[in-house]
Design a protein around this ligand. Structure first.
Ligand code: ZN
Length: 402
């Protein structure tokens, strides 16, 4: 009965059998009815949802000719006898609209481009079809959407034919019919499409309301096209409009020009980032020079260990890199804020690791690096200070923070 469900969505039937179902988590029951309004998963369409005697359905599957209504339950309400079936009508209508929309969309693409649809999926969020072509241009997609909309507005009837396989050639089918059926169900969208299909479909194309192609992607040499129809378009439009308004207010541009506004903003941000980087490098250069002058470190002078109280490690790294170009001495620069340090030595043939690693580990610090560059981290300011003092002592300089 699932092809002719009533919009009220309530139906009376008889429970014939309830059996435990092992295919799911334990406690799942499979219910067999004398007749049903619940569509079992098939033909790319998900199964219906709803309740039987108030017990919610988890799934509906057709197994060896039986339609199994799967429900979680302790058996309450699920004994052989009279049953009240309540269909989730909204969900069914949503899938029916998308399924009919898919026929119309695939038929229209075939007519406009000559390319057939090879597979389809009706998802909870959006639906997809795979079209047998590596590419569908933007102009083609717009033409397809417009043609689909024409057919929706024309409210073309959807007609169901039942035909034995031997007579099937009298229908100009868009795709190959199944081979093992006694009767093939042919779904005709008058003037647009003939397709063998077992899913649920609208009575006419007007019920689809609207269909939107969301986008395309390349998939195994085909083009996978995603789309939504009906009420999902309304929700989509509402969400886009809401986001557009937020962007419009933030960017101070009309809502339809937010794309342009975002690109202009990104360009400006990129320019500012480049300018900032140049300024930071220049500042680091200046600070490195000041540091070397203050401590009297020249190209061949002794090591230098300096704690910066209010400077983050990123800036310290820039200062260190700049200072390293001016001296071959060992430089150990630390950030009191981040409790991190960086050690540099640009002199070839010198490995700073034994000295730095030993002093660091004695204070419980962690870090790593190579012969000429080493970074580390401590858990307390005291550990960092002790490490710096040890580096100074080991390197033979008693000079403290100026
Ligand atoms: Zn169908």
């Amino acid at each position: 009965m699932y092809y002719d469900y009533s919009e009220a969505g309530i139906f009376r039937a008889e429970i014939r059998e309830v059996r435990p179902w092992a295919g799911r988590e334990t406690g799942t029951q499979a219910i067999l009815l004398d007749k049903t309004i619940f569509y079992p998963e098939g033909g790319g369409q998900s199964a219906d949802r709803g309740t039987i005697n108030g017990v919610p359905l988890l799934d509906v599957q057709e197994v060896d000719g039986d339609i199994l209504h799967l429900a979680a339950g302790d058996g309450t309400g699920l004994a052989p006898g009279p049953a009240e079936l309540v269909l989730d009508v909204r969900r069914r209508r949503d899938f029916t609209i998308h399924h009919t929309g898919q026929h119309l969309l695939s038929g229209t693409i075939l007519r406009i481009t000559g390319k057939p649809t090879l597979s389809m999926r009706l998802g909870e969020e959006f639906c997809t079809i795979d079209v047998d072509t590596p590419d569908l241009g933007e102009d083609v997609l717009v033409a397809v959407e417009e043609a689909v909309m024409d057919a929706i507005e024309a409210d073309c009837p959807v007609i169901f034919h039942f035909c034995p396989p031997e007579d099937i050639t009298r229908f100009p089918l868009r795709k190959r019919p199944p081979q093992d059926e006694e009767q093939i169900r042919v779904v005709e969208i008058q003037g647009h499409d003939f397709s063998p299909c077992c899913g649920t479909h609208c009575a006419s194309t007007g019920a689809i309301g609207i269909l939107r192609i969301l986008g395309t992607e390349k998939y195994k040499g085909m083009t996978r096209l995603s789309f939504i129809a009906g009420r999902r378009c309304l929700r989509d439009s509402r969400l886009l409009r809401r986001n557009g308004e937020i962007s419009s207010q933030a960017l101070k541009v009309p809502v339809m020009e937010t794309g342009k506004g975002v690109l202009a903003l990104l360009e400006k941000t990129g320019r500012l980032e480049r300018e900032l980087k140049a300024l930071e490098e220049a500042a680091a250069e200046f600070k490195a020079q000041a540091l070397l002058e203050k401590t009297g470190s020249g190209r061949d002078s002794g090591p230098l260990a300096e704690i910066f109280p209010g400077t983050g490690i990123d800036e310290i790294l820039r200062i260190g890199r700049a200072a390293q170009k001016k001296t071959g001495a060992l430089l150990v620069l630390a950030s009191e804020t981040d409790l991190k340090f960086a050690a540099f030595c640009s002199q070839k043939g010198i490995d700073i690791r034994p000295l730095i690693k030993d002093a660091m580990e004695k204070q419980g610090g962690k870090g790593g690096g190579g012969p000429g560059f080493f970074q580390g981290l401590f858990e307390s300011p005291e550990a960092l200070s002790a490490f710096m003092a040890a580096v100074r002592a080991a390197a033979g300089t008693g000079e403290d923070r100026p």
